[in-house]
Design a binder for this molecule. Structure first.
Ligand SMILES: [Zn+2]
Length: 291
């Protein structure tokens, strides 16, 4: 897959409403087809649970937004024990773990890189639990590590990627990732020119999964995750066309009382993520493909 997409971004209005039931969380499934196409509602309302703002692929973790228990992914696996998830790249040691879903996305990226002759990736670190983060923080100090609960690595969505040939600043692996990772749902989380926004030094090795279309929109606009979430909060709706699939991204302010009503496609695929603050983001795609 070539990383030469153009994402068309147009602001749209949010569409109508229909009665519904509780969302089942991440990757909630549509309830089924409406009886007659001409009578089908375009959207319906579901209620999120109180933890939804803290869960999902778009949660922001920084010094003021710690990882909540709901934010830790429940599909973290040890990659060393899953050879089907690590074709053509290395692992630093036998403990490297990651969300299985994110590892599958990474494998797609690694296969594409390999087709371009980039074949010396090594994952140095992925998911870190409380104890591992505590140990790292004690060893490296606050200049090079974050305290337990304040690192994206505690979610299962982030990874430190290296090359067996050179440092990521100089290696073909780092160069390829900086140019193409966004096309596969990953972002360079702490870019060199955004340290004032992220509050974190340039880390050419740290990549974070956010998924499509978000990584494409962020790439096109030159936004960090902080800037993307701020733009969504302000504009409420963004749309993007990625590889012929049109996406709509809608922002809701979470209800302080707990459940929040969100509008989702009546007959289509969607995902829901919090921003780890007071926002809930609904991403829907036309054509029934899961965002
Ligand atoms: Zn990292």
């Amino acid at each position: 897959m070539k990383a030469t997409r153009l994402a068309a971004l147009v602001v749209l209005a949010v569409v109508a409403v229909k009665a519904g039931q509780h969302a089942k969380g991440w990757f909630a499934e549509p309830e089924g087809k409406a009886a007659a196409a001409d009578a089908a509602p375009m959207s319906r309302i579901v209620q999120t649970d109180a933890d939804q703002p803290y869960r999902g692929d778009l949660v922001l973790v920084d010094r003021t937004h710690p990882v909540r228990e709901a934010g830790r992914l429940d599909d973290v696996v040890n990659l060393f024990e899953h050879p089907e998830l690590k074709h053509g790249y290395g692992l630093m040691d036998t403990t490297v773990s990651l969300s299985k879903r994110v590892a599958e996305k990474w494998q797609v990226l690694a296969d594409a890189a390999r087709a371009d002759g980039i074949r010396h990736f090594v994952i140095n670190s992925g998911y870190r639990d409380e104890a591992a983060q505590k140990k790292l923080y004690a060893e490296k100090g606050s200049d090079y590590a974050l305290p337990p609960g304040y690192s994206e690595h505690n979610l299962g969505l982030s990874m430190d990627v290296g090359s067996t040939t050179a440092s990521m600043n100089a290696a073909p692996e780092g160069n390829w990732l900086s140019k193409h990772a966004w096309a596969y749902g990953f972002i360079l989380r702490y870019p060199e020119d955004k340290t004032a926004v992220t509050g974190i030094q340039f880390e050419p090795w740290h990549f974070r999964y956010v998924g499509l279309p978000h990584s494409v929109i962020m790439h096109d606009r030159g936004w960090t995750l902080e800037e993307y979430l701020a733009a969504l909060k302000e504009q409420h709706t963004l749309t993007a066309l990625v590889d012929g699939v049109s996406y709509e991204v809608d922002y809701y302010t979470a209800s302080p009382s707990g459940e929040t009503a969100i509008s989702v496609p009546a007959d289509g695929a969607y995902t829901v993520s919090g921003d780890n603050d007071d926002g809930i983001i609904v991403t829907s795609s036309a054509g029934g493909e899961k965002p």
